[in-house]
Write a protein that binds this ligand. Structure first.
Ligand code: MG
Length: 383
């Protein structure tokens, strides 16, 4: 039996992971369930999956969770706060940490899992964007394997198995283009929150859905790919592919292109991160000729989506640029969701903060977190 520590269990990645654990209950069990704010969902999951440990991000709400669990509360070890999350990620009983926490707040859990030598199924791309070299070095020292869950990176990871790293010409990240692919840029200032929350092909949490609309999601994924696969930014390309059936491709030096494909469903990359290098029966239908009919690919519009340029810049320059790109964008999205700024302002303000940043080469964790704080404040001061 393989024990999973599931972080972000009530989010979109978490719920999909639990579907996989239901299907393969003979092989995998949830040993840790960690969640942010949805305590009722966490309590329901706890009673169904019977983990040893439950963690909530906010220590103030521990008594509320205890009340929800009632007489059953004593069955679980209850932890809270960043300390609790980090402790749970390193528990000796946990074999695989499935990291589905959204945003920069996920970094401590990723580092804790890597440092404890766990397999880290990484859906929290922000960890790699902010602290790629540090996270990789931590994993190397502890013999931890990092298996990407982000669908594009899972695709690249699978495609890269077809050859030697030195023979890679380019990693080609596919992008759906989001809901505004064909919308004229002149009307970006009028985009409403509701419009930005409608993704054409993927069903995901709100932050990543808005990031898909701005293509900052792809910008972050460029940086993620740079550190995950140790490939220079000149060997990374973005290709718009509206159907999201080809999840990404590798172009080899001999001209061969290897693609990984299937219906857009996160359960496929999540399960692969858990079972790698084996494959078990899937939980979704991923092949039909109709699904693959008329697939289209074209170059992205870098004028309309300057987010992509910023992603390439952060991947090329390294240092604290990744942390700043991520934090500035998180702050801008939060302000957009709050109705404080417009959609076009997200691009303009993040670009301004990137321009103003003095990067630190080979940053340690304290420097990364300081750059993250600086970027949030700097972005808020743009308005
Ligand atoms: Mg992705």
């Amino acid at each position: 039996m393989i024990n999973i520590g599931l972080f972000g269990s009530t989010g979109s990645i978490g719920e999909s992971t639990l579907d996989i654990l239901r299907k393969h209950a003979d092989r995998f069990r949830a040993d840790v369930l960690a969640a942010g704010s949805r305590l009722e969902d966490l309590a329901r999951q706890a009673l169904e999956f019977n983990p040893s440990t439950l963690v909530i991000a906010d220590p103030q709400r521990l008594s509320q969770l205890r009340d929800l669990l009632g007489a059953e509360a004593s069955r679980f070890r209850l932890l809270a706060g960043e300390e609790g999350l980090v402790e749970a990620a390193a528990l000796p009983t946990v074999d695989i940490v499935l990291q589905g926490i959204s945003g920069a707040q996920g970094l401590p859990v990723s580092l804790a899992a890597a440092s404890a030598g766990k397999r880290l199924g990484l859906a929290n791309k922000e960890s790699m964007v902010m602290a790629g070299p540090l996270l990789q070095e931590t994993a190397r020292r502890s013999d931890s394997e990092i298996i990407p869950v982000d669908s594009e990176h899972s695709a690249l990871f699978q495609c890269l198995a077809a050859g030697r790293p030195e023979d890679v010409d380019r990693l080609i990240l596919t992008a759906s283009g989001g809901p505004f692919r064909t919308r004229p840029q002149e009307s970006f200032a009028d985009v409403t929150l509701e419009e930005a929350l409608k993704h054409p092909t993927w069903d995901m949490g709100p932050k990543i859905t808005i990031d898909s609309a701005t293509m900052f999601n792809k910008a972050l994924e460029i940086v993620e790919a740079r550190w995950l696969f140790d490939v220079g930014s000149k060997h990374i390309e973005v290709c718009v592919h509206p159907q999201s059936v080809v999840h990404s491709m590798v172009l080899w030096r001999d001209g061969s292109v290897i693609a990984q494909m299937g219906a857009p469903d996160m359960k496929v990359p999540i399960q692969y991160a858990i079972t790698y290098p084996a494959r078990l029966d899937g939980t979704v239908q991923t092949w039909s000729p109709e699904l693959f009919d008329g697939l289209r690919f074209f170059a992205p519009d870098l004028e309309k989506f300057p987010s992509l340029r910023l992603g390439f810049l952060a991947a090329e320059k390294g240092g604290t640029y990744g942390a700043v790109l991520n934090a500035a964008n998180e702050q801008a999205v939060a302000m957009f969701v709050d109705g404080q700024i417009g959609f076009q302002d997200i691009f303009d303000s993040v670009a301004t903060v990137m321009e103003r940043h003095d990067s630190i080469a080979s940053p340690n964790l304290a420097e990364i977190l300081a750059a993250d704080r600086w970027a949030r404040e700097e972005l808020a001061s743009c308005f």
